[in-house]
Design a protein around this ligand. Structure first.
Ligand SMILES: O=C(O)CCC(=O)C(=O)O
Length: 407
């Protein structure tokens, strides 16, 4: 919409010229000028200012109305001496929310810094459709709160710039692969940088596992599997669980396919098979094994895109898996998040180009390869063949995000 206004002519006299020289009026003109030539606004604003002693912009606003015009806040453009007012809102659920009160307070403080007067700022707020914000001006004048807001805004802009720079970096780097890794290198290059790494052959020295060997070793064990991981299954895990003999699961894993029967992380398999835990060794960065979980399933399992609050090594003990990873800096993925840590995006269903555009990197794990998944990194995991994997935590350094450089 436009500001519609028919300029008056009868107010243009010497007195009007005198008033337009007043700095306050120039502000008023700056506030109101958009599609109408500045001189015409000048005469109108000055004319009304002359007839009223109060807020020049009140007068200007009245003038617009009196003359049958309409002042639409979005079309108001402030003059060059004014900081850009907050305009952008954000989408919250399915609602559009305008700029926050904080943003307005910060803007008022910037206006003061720019030398605008209280009267002019109040007028500008009114013209911008924020008539209730006079309190913000008073706040900004008498309290440090607004200056703090300015500082916060600057800091936020700085952090956003940093985030984008890191994002660029994260996208360029891909996921590193190494054949050897010690604690020091792991700490300096991956833990601190909060970057995943594939450690090829990491579990080569562990006792070998195979479907047949596990079946022979634990012939009477019963394990819990997750059946039918459809919809938001994670909201009610127990209803998707069922018990089955380990030997049956191992046979099914080798002969079947799909996501219908999969022993996933919450299955307490290591509680059922404590002897198996003795075969699990620490990897770089770990001082002991914490939260071990065992994943056994056929080709075709698909763990949807999600992130975990703690870092972990995902170790492939038999078969192959494909993992699509994305950095937590990929803030676009926050828009499609479900229940916080899951996501409706299915990277495996996207084309290579779409995946790259969303910042995904893909790695494949073969027997005894391990992938370090840093806390909060998005990952979707698909098994390409019958598969046995182990996931462990227990790192030497607190897995709290303050220890990573990005936060
Ligand atoms: O292997 C899988 O299917 C999922 C593993 C996973 O999500 C994890 O280790 O965090």
């Amino acid at each position: 919409m436009d500001v519609r206004f028919t300029p008056i002519v009868d107010g243009r006299d010497a007195a009007v010229e005198e008033h337009t020289a007043d700095g306050r009026l120039r502000h008023a003109i700056g506030v109101l000028a958009r599609d109408v030539p500045a001189e015409e606004w000048a005469s109108t604003v000055a004319w009304f200012a002359r007839t009223r002693d109060g807020n020049v912009l009140d007068g200007a606003r009245d003038a617009v109305v009196a003359l049958g015009g309409e002042l639409v806040p979005e079309t108001v453009r402030l003059g060059p001496d004014w900081p850009e007012p907050p305009r952008d809102g954000h989408v919250f659920g399915d609602r559009f929310v305008g700029p926050t009160a904080d943003a307005w307070v910060a803007w008022v403080a910037r206006c003061i810094e720019a030398g605008q007067t209280e009267v002019a700022i109040n007028g500008a707020l009114r013209a911008l459709g924020m008539p209730g914000s006079a309190g913000a001006v008073r706040d900004a004048l008498v309290r440090p709160v607004a200056r703090d807001a300015v500082e916060r805004e600057r800091r936020l802009a700085h952090l956003e710039a940093l985030l984008d720079a890191h994002l660029l970096f994260a996208r360029q780097g891909g996921v590193a692969e190494v054949d050897a890794l010690d604690d020091a290198v792991f700490f300096a290059h991956f833990w601190v940088a909060h970057r995943p790494v594939v450690f090829r052959g990491a579990a080569r020295a562990w006792p070998a596992w195979s479907f047949e060997a596990l079946a022979a070793r634990f012939p009477s064990a019963t394990v819990q599997v997750t059946a039918s991981r459809w919809g938001a299954w994670w909201r009610d895990r127990p209803s998707h669980h069922r018990d089955m003999p380990l030997t049956e699961l191992l046979t099914l894993a080798q002969e079947g396919s799909g996501d219908g029967t999969y022993a996933v992380g919450h299955n307490r398999l290591f509680e059922a098979l404590p002897a198996l835990l003795d075969d699990v060794r620490v990897l770089p960065g770990q001082e002991r094994i914490v939260h071990p979980s065992l994943w056994i399933g056929p080709a075709g399992t698909l763990t949807p895109l999600h992130f975990d609050p703690g870092s972990a090594w995902l170790v492939q003990r038999a078969g192959r898996k494909r993992v699509h990873l994305a950095s937590p800096l990929e803030h676009g993925l926050l828009e499609t998040a479900i229940d916080g840590s899951y996501n409706s995006v299915r990277p495996s269903a996207l084309s290579d180009e779409e995946r790259a555009a969303r910042g995904f990197t893909t790695v494949e794990l073969g027997p005894d390869d391990a992938l370090w998944i840093p806390a909060t990194w998005w990952h979707e995991v698909a098994s390409l063949t019958p598969s046995i994997s182990v996931r462990t935590a227990g790192f030497r350094w607190p897995d709290d995000l303050a220890h990573h450089v990005f936060v």
